[in-house]
Structure formats: structure tokens, C-alpha cells
Write a protein of this length. Structure first.
Length: 344
């Protein structure tokens, strides 16, 4: 399961992958490692105000409750006992100062770290689950005094998120105030059935625009937030990865996956041939990359106008993390390709 990498203020890099946390020097020398308590993947990590590292395990089967682990950044020793949450969780953590937010399978939880103890906030929580037609939420985003995330995270991803939804209901954008959990909204992204996602939404507090999507149905939807959410614009795009916002220009980077013309069944058969006959894998994979790719798309956040796009060859639709460069550029990561794009 994808882990995460963090650049710490102490100059070290931290990697959480599988059930391990590693500390690396800027030259990528291994400085320390810790085997984490639970025999399952830990999906990334966050850093708290005092430098403490926080991470949690995940169980996509939703059979086991999750636990929060806090480590000292120097020797990777525990800062306190593991914190057991009341329910399972799949999405990654979010943190604001010494406060940690966890999207559980049915409820959003808040925990406070005081330097020696981490505990659940009894006065702030949000039950969000929409019933049998909906599934768990994904990663939360903290912005503009709100917590934002998308539900219907359960999916059968195989080469593309299109038509990969498991539950019958539509994807919902969830907003909840950090000051008062009673101030919240559940807004359908497009209303289409069997919606699904595997990543978070985006919110620009300056323009007061939230950008959500339904990867299962290939829709990107913007909302204006003026105390309540109202639809702003919509585009048909096969987007599934994280989004990037360039705040000064109001440009947002999404993508539009273009799969092989011969369809998912033929693609699955070809991938099976790759596994069964490794000698053929290079030619098959090369052919797939030539006929499929992520069109990385730049949009105007206010209007949804497309400003440009560039193709990144990839066998599968990316559900990963892009990264901004130092100027008018960015790095796009897929399961088969790492690419750098720039405005020329």
C-alpha cells in the first residue's frame, strides 16, 4: 500500500511504508528505523507542532479498529502509548498544530496531543456515513477553517477508476467546521450512481472555491463556499489523483486518463500475459503505454476553462501524488512513469 515521505524541520527525511518508519539523511543515508506495532500497512504520516511524528495503520476490510502511533523524530521511540480509535480507518491523517484528524469508517474524529498524552476530543466528532449506498471517506484536507473530504472510498481499481465503484450511491463532498462539528454539509458531487474516489478534494480559501470529483463517473465539480456550498462549474474529466493549486494564478492541475481503445477486458488479458510470460512483458507494457496516458490538465479555478494539457504515457490511471516544482513546473507520478511538465 502506498506509504509517504516527509521533510522535517530538523533536516531529516522520514518514510513510512508497510509497517516501518525510517529516518534518512538528506543524502539518503539510513539513520534510524522502527518496526511499527501492527502487522498491516501504515499509510503515510504527519508532523505535529513540536516535531512529533504521527501515523496510523489501515485495514480496507474494515474488520479491525485503527491505532495512532506517535514517535519522537530523533530515535523513533514512542512518545506515548498507542491510541486506539473506536473504529477502522482507511484514509490518511491530517494535522493542524498539535491536533490530529482521522476519518474513520463512519465518523470523523479529532485528537489532541499535549506533549505527553494524546486523547480523543469528546466535544468534536462527526458521524458522516450515508448508509448502505455509501462507503468510507478518504483523506481529509484542512483549509479555510474547515475539514474537507470525499466519501465512497470503496472501489475495485483495475487500470482505471472509471466504473470501479462498489456501493450504489453518489460521491459526497463533506465539509465540517473546525470550530463546531454541528456546522457541516454533505453535498453530492454529481449525483450519479456508483461514484467512487481514492483521494481528497481541494479548497482555495482566497477564492472560496472547493474542487471535488467523482472518479467512478469521470466528473470534476467546483463549488462556491459562502457559508454553504453551491455548484459553480462542472467538467467531464477522468481525474483520480491529488490536485495541485497555484494560488497566485488561480490555476489548478488535474488529469484526464485516456485508456487503451481495446477496453478494460483486453487490457486485463494483456496484463495477465505480462505476468504469465515475463519475456513478453516489455513489449506488451510498451505498447500499452503508447495507447494510454494521463493528460495532465491545467484549469482556471474560477471558471473551469481549460488552459492547457500534456500527455504523460502510463499503463494505468494515476491515483498518486504530483508535486510542484520551483516555478511554472510540476512533477507527475504514475505507476509506470515519472514526468516533469512546465509552462513553456
Amino acid at each position: 500500500w502506498p506509504g509517504g515521505l516527509l521533510a522535517h524541520a530538523n533536516g531529516s527525511l522520514y518514510v513510512v511504508f508497510g509497517r516501518w518508519c525510517h529516518r534518512l539523511s538528506p543524502e539518503l543515508e539510513l539513520l534510524a528505523s522502527r518496526r511499527l506495532a501492527r502487522p498491516r500497512p501504515y499509510n503515510s504520516l504527519v508532523v505535529l507542532a513540536d516535531g512529533t511524528l504521527a501515523m496510523k495503520d489501515l485495514d480496507r476490510s474494515l474488520r479491525t479498529t485503527t491505532s495512532l502511533t506517535l514517535l519522537h523524530p530523533d530515535a523513533l521511540v514512542p512518545r506515548c502509548d498507542e491510541v486506539l480509535l473506536p473504529e477502522p480507518s482507511v484514509g490518511r491523517l491530517a494535522a493542524d498544530g498539535s491536533t490530529v484528524y482521522v476519518v474513520g469508517a463512519r465518523t470523523v474524529w479529532r485528537l489532541a496531543w499535549d506533549g505527553s498524552r494524546c486523547s480523543l476530543d469528546a466535544d468534536w466528532r462527526l458521524p458522516y456515513h450515508g448508509g448502505h449506498d455509501h462507503s468510507y471517506g478518504w483523506d481529509p484536507v484542512i483549509s479555510g477553517g474547515q475539514l474537507w473530504f470525499l466519501d465512497n472510498g470503496a472501489h475495485r481499481y483495475a487500470t482505471t477508476m472509471r466504473a470501479a465503484g462498489i456501493t450504489r450511491g453518489p460521491v459526497r463532498l463533506v465539509r465540517v467546521s473546525l470550530d463546531d462539528a454541528a456546522d457541516h454539509e454533505f453535498v453530492e458531487v454529481c449525483g450519479r450512481p456508483r461514484g467512487t474516489v481514492t483521494n481528497p478534494p481541494l479548497y482555495d480559501p482566497e477564492r472560496r472555491i472547493a474542487l471535488a470529483y467523482d472518479s467512478g463517473n469521470g466528473i470534476v465539480q467546483a463549488f462556491r463556499f459562502d457559508g454553504r456550498l453551491t455548484p459553480l462549474w462542472r467538467r467531464g474529466l477522468d481525474h483520480a489523483a491529488h490536485m495541485l493549486l497555484f494560488r497566485e494564478t488561480g490555476e489548478v492541475v488535474v488529469h484526464d486518463f485516456r485508456g487503451p481503445a481495446f477496453g478494460r477486458a483486453r487490457l486485463a488479458q494483456s496484463l495477465g500475459q505480462c505476468s504469465a510470460a515475463p519475456a513478453r512483458s516489455r513489449s506488451i507494457r510498451g505498447a500499452l503505454a503508447r495507447v494510454s496516458g494521463d493528460d495532465v490538465v491545467v484549469l482556471d479555478l474560477e471558471t473551469g476553462t481549460e488552459l492547457g494539457r500534456a500527455r504523460v504515457p502510463t499503463m494505468f490511471q494515476s491515483v498518486l501524488f504530483p508535486a510542484p516544482g520551483l516555478g511554472r513546473d510540476l512533477y507527475w507520478c504514475t505507476f509506470s512513469t515519472l514526468a516533469r511538465l512546465e509552462v513553456a
